[in-house]
Design a protein around this ligand. Structure first.
Ligand code: DGJ
Length: 343
């Protein structure tokens, strides 16, 4: 080999190694969960998935959330409350096998900037998406809170997809059972039935409605719960045959104390059992608000409680507070932990 060829080979090899080194440096790897810190995805970008929920499917966790626009503004024409908001950026999805390192799967329900009348126009509000899989139709079904900028519309929106990573097809929005639907979640039970849990009657009363077999509409069967107690941000989970519901009070973007209730069936009577949070910051839910609770796969009685620490004047910089939820006898308990691992 000539000297010239040898040099060329050496420099090409060096360039490859350099590119490999730079890309390895820019990829982010976490070993634990740090509640309240900026959480970077595997490409090194801050995760943008607020008010989110988790779906576990075929060994992978999918995190769906609100993709918030990067400028926050106050709608001063809304006089009834401090209406801080950011443009809607659609619904994002991240995937992970270890719950710590998350890869960005893209915007799985994009906005529709060209249609000012669309629910999905960036000027509207798209919040608290949750996704479940329908074993009969094989569709992934997303429910979300659809709003006008002043939060007066109070609709539930539905979208479906053949794949967990989208794209989702938007089916539209409506007032379930003829009433308001604001903060919401979806719960799929072991028997295949699914429910929407949503703040109704101007956020005064929390409704639980049974969905149809396709999970795309309500059946008309529903219950009114916590009547006139103004509960929002519902998160539902099941343990040893009983149902648990964590919610917050209604104080806009500001934190308040969480409350947990228990029931023997989703449409049954709910009994309040108090604040599940303990330790430092428990009275303000660690300066955050509930969004979802999910079981850790293969770990009996071990859950992750997801909260949002809203930053109302810079909403995109709202942080994620994820904490372990365990059971002490039959009471769920969440304790502040500044860094934790699944071990
Ligand atoms: C509280 C809700 O829980 C949030 O999802 C959001 O709608 C804010 N209110 C808006 O102030």
């Amino acid at each position: 080999m000539s000297m010239h060829k040898k040099n060329l080979l050496f420099y090409s090899l060096f360039a490859c190694l350099f590119v490999f080194y730079i890309s390895a440096c820019t990829r982010t790897h976490h070993s634990g969960i740090v509640p309240g810190a900026v959480w970077y995805d595997t490409e090194g970008n801050p995760i943008n998935a607020h008010g989110g929920g988790i779906m576990y499917h075929d060994g992978v966790y999918y995190w769906y959330g609100e993709y918030k626009g990067d400028s926050t503004y106050l709608l001063d024409w809304v006089k009834t409350w401090e209406c801080w908001r950011a443009d809607a950026g659609g619904i994002s999805c991240y995937s992970s096998k270890d719950l710590v390192n998350w890869s960005f799967e893209g915007i799985v329900l994009p906005t529709v900037p060209q249609d000012t009348q669309s629910d999905l126009h960036p000027s509207q509000v798209i919040e608290r998406p949750k996704v479940i899989f329908n074993d009969k139709t094989k569709k992934f079904v997303m429910w979300m809170h659809i709003e006008s900028p002043d939060y007066e519309k109070a609709h539930a929106g539905v979208a479906i997809s053949d794949s967990p990573t989208g794209l989702f097809t938007y089916l539209g929005s409506f007032k379930p059972n003829g009433g308001d639907s604001r903060d919401q979640t979806i719960f799929k039970d072991d028997d295949g039935r699914a429910y929407q849990i949503y703040a109704s009657e101007w956020n005064n009363t929390l409704y639980i409605g049974l969905l149809n077999d396709e999970y795309t509409q309500h059946t008309g069967v529903y219950t009114r719960n916590f009547i006139n107690q103004s509960r929002e941000a519902p998160a539902v989970f099941k343990h040893r045959g009983r149902y648990y519901l964590i919610s917050s009070g209604c104080t806009g973007w500001d934190p308040n104390i969480a409350e947990c209730a228990v029931a023997d069936s989703m449409l049954g009577e709910w009994r309040v059992i108090g604040n599940p949070c303990i330790g430092e910051g428990a009275d303000s839910t660690y300066n955050a608000q509930s969004t979802f609770v999910f079981p850790i796969a293969g770990r009996d009685g071990q859950f992750v409680a997801m909260f949002d620490r809203w930053n109302k004047t810079n909403l995109i910089d709202s942080r994620y507070v994820w904490l372990p939820l365990i059971f002490e006898k039959d009471k769920p308990v969440i304790e502040w932990n500044k860094e934790w691992t699944l071990n």
